[in-house]
Ligand binder design. Structure first.
Ligand code: ADP
Ligand code: ZN
Length: 525
């Protein structure tokens, strides 16, 4: 790590207590803070509400110089700066909502060394003139908030975030801390690459949100289902996500017609209208917001009691982020999704229009994981956490599957058959191929690979393709198999698979429900 030009002038523990009024650091905060004090780059992955701000606000006050915080949203900057000022911290923000005079004033404060934290928009910090100014200041830390904005895959992509490595190049000795609530592995990798972080210290907190109850309900008559649900909620706060603006307007109107307090929010509305809804929701003047994914970052409302997905989201990552807006106060909250297997094909067709081939493939794979989550019959939370590489062996007890379980059977034998088949095929093949192997299909691909000679070839011919597909998916969901997205989604055994193959414990599996046949056939084709 590079030693910083700034020196440590106050102890982090004292700052936490005296300035923020907290007696203890939360999981991860202290080590991340120490990395910054030692001049090391870092990547901080904590769920929403996990306490990311303290990670850079404490070093900002512990170090002698200025901490520059890059933040994508004006409203986020304003919130944070006014909270800090209320605590007596010298903080300010600079963005295009300020006029020239106001900006000039802040520059004066900066050059007189009166500020400890400066929040700026990425496009501002990248301006040549601004970088020049920074180079005359003693900068102790760059904090990149909402760092997942560098990633093309997410909905929050901001082109300027990709250029923030310019800061790293220009200010090589200043440590950079990237923070995000994104749990997705590909995005994490992107962040380190794009920002040019140098041997970063990486802290990954637990992404579990135990107070959120996950439920997936079959979509039947969705509007009736929704109205019935909302009536039971009385006047609780909630968000309803739909995929299209048209649907958002429609549903918001229907809810309002039913006598409830609801507003629509999407990118087709004016800034003023959107601001009005966001503020009204924050103040509890508006009870329900029906929205597209545009309603997202910067919503810090603690008492959202439910998030309902009227349509299937495009990735597990989006689903997790969106449902994560429920229950930030730690009290019981619900995440509900309406699911119609036929929607899977509809969403897939959208991807066909994506021109960039690699991008299309990634989007498809991310959606496949989401689709398979929606179809799964195992603990929802287990699937989510395993997807984010947070291995969970035990079901959670607080999701629809745990609370109202589908029929299960002793799946040890079929699991062993499937796992050993993956192993014999050298962990190089995807779902469809493994199903064919298990069923002993007579295909040229199998013959070319000489796989008809394997001891596991045809070992599962007494079961249907759909059965095996469901078993393999369950093994993925239970963390016993993983899919390598960089290798054509090849199946691989995980650490947990060994115990099953050795017969060390029995594995309960859900009896495959095979009604969604067209979906399976789609995938096998
Ligand atoms: P995030 O940015 O990760 O969503 P915040 O930084 O907004 O989370 O923190 C969430 C809440 O937790 C805030 O109210 C914050 O003041 C509080 N908090 C952060 N760190 C601590 C701590 N060490 N002890 C107690 N409360 C904390
Ligand atoms: Zn569960």
């Amino acid at each position: 790590p590079n030693p910083t030009a700034s020196t440590v002038v106050r102890s982090p523990a004292a700052i936490l207590k005296q300035v923020f009024g907290y007696s203890e650091f939360r999981d991860g905060q202290e080590t991340v803070i120490n990395a910054a004090l030692n001049g090391q780059d870092s990547l901080v992955l904590l769920p929403t509400g996990g306490g990311k701000s303290v990670c850079y606000q404490v070093p900002a006050l512990a170090l002698s110089g200025l901490t520059v915080v890059i933040s994508p949203l004006i409203s986020l900057m304003q919130d944070q700066v006014s909270q800090l000022q209320a605590l007596g911290v010298k903080a300010a923000y600079i963005n295009n909502s300020l006029n020239r005079d106001e900006q000039q004033q802040i520059y004066q404060q900066l050059h007189s060394g009166l500020l400890k934290l400066l929040y700026v928009a990425p496009e501002k910090v990248l301006q040549h003139e601004f970088k020049e100014r920074l180079s005359h200041l003693n900068i102790s830390l760059f904090a990149i908030d909402e760092a997942h904005c560098v990633s093309h895959w997410g909905h929050d992509f901001r082109p300027h975030y990709c250029r923030l490595s310019e800061l790293k190049q220009r200010f090589a000795d200043v440590p950079m801390m990237a923070l995000t609530a994104t749990a997705d592995k590909a995005t994490r990798f992107d962040i380190v690459q794009q920002l040019g972080l140098n041997a970063p210290y990486i802290h990954t907190g637990s992404f579990d949100r135990p107070n959120i109850r996950y439920t997936i309900e079959e979509k039947f008559k969705p509007l009736a289902q929704l109205l019935r649900y909302l009536k039971e909620q009385q006047s609780q706060s909630g968000i309803i996500y739909c995929t299209s603006r048209k649907r958002v307007d429609e549903i918001a109107e229907k809810i309002a017609d039913a006598g409830m307090n609801a507003a629509a929010y999407h990118a087709g509305m004016s800034n003023e209208q959107r601001q009005f809804v966001q503020t009204g929701f924050a103040r509890d003047d508006i009870q329900i917001v029906v929205a597209t994914v545009a309603f997202g970052m910067g919503i810090n409302k603690p008492n959202v009691r439910f998030v309902l997905h009227y349509d299937i989201p495009k990735s597990i990552e989006s689903y997790y982020q969106e449902t994560g807006r429920a229950g930030r106060d730690g009290l019981a909250a619900e995440a509900i999704m309406y699911f119609d297997p036929a929607d899977i094909g509809r969403v897939r067709r959208f991807f066909e229009d994506i021109e960039d081939e690699q991008r299309r493939r990634v989007e498809e794979q991310r959606f496949n994981a989401m689709a398979s989550f929606a179809e799964a019959q195992t603990c929802r939370r287990q699937i989510l956490l395993n997807y984010f590489s947070e291995y969970q062996r035990e079901p959670c007890g607080n999701c629809d599957i745990c609370l109202n379980p589908p029929k299960s059977f002793d799946g040890t034998l079929v699991a062993q058959q499937a796992l050993s088949c993956v192993y014999r095929a050298e962990q190089r093949f995807g779902l469809g191929y493994i199903v064919e192997l298990l069923r002993g299909a007579n295909t040229s691909r199998i013959r070319d690979n000489n796989h008809h000679q394997l001891s596991t070839y045809g070992i599962g011919k007494d079961h249907s393709s759909e059965f095996w597909l469901s078993i393999l998916r369950q093994l993925i969901h239970q963390g016993l198999l993983s899919q390598d997205i960089t290798q054509g989604s090849a199946l691989r055994l995980t650490e947990g698979a060994r115990a099953i193959l050795k017969g060390q414990y029995a594995l309960q599996m859900a009896e495959p429900r095979l009604q969604a046949k067209h979906v399976y056939q789609d995938k096998l084709a």
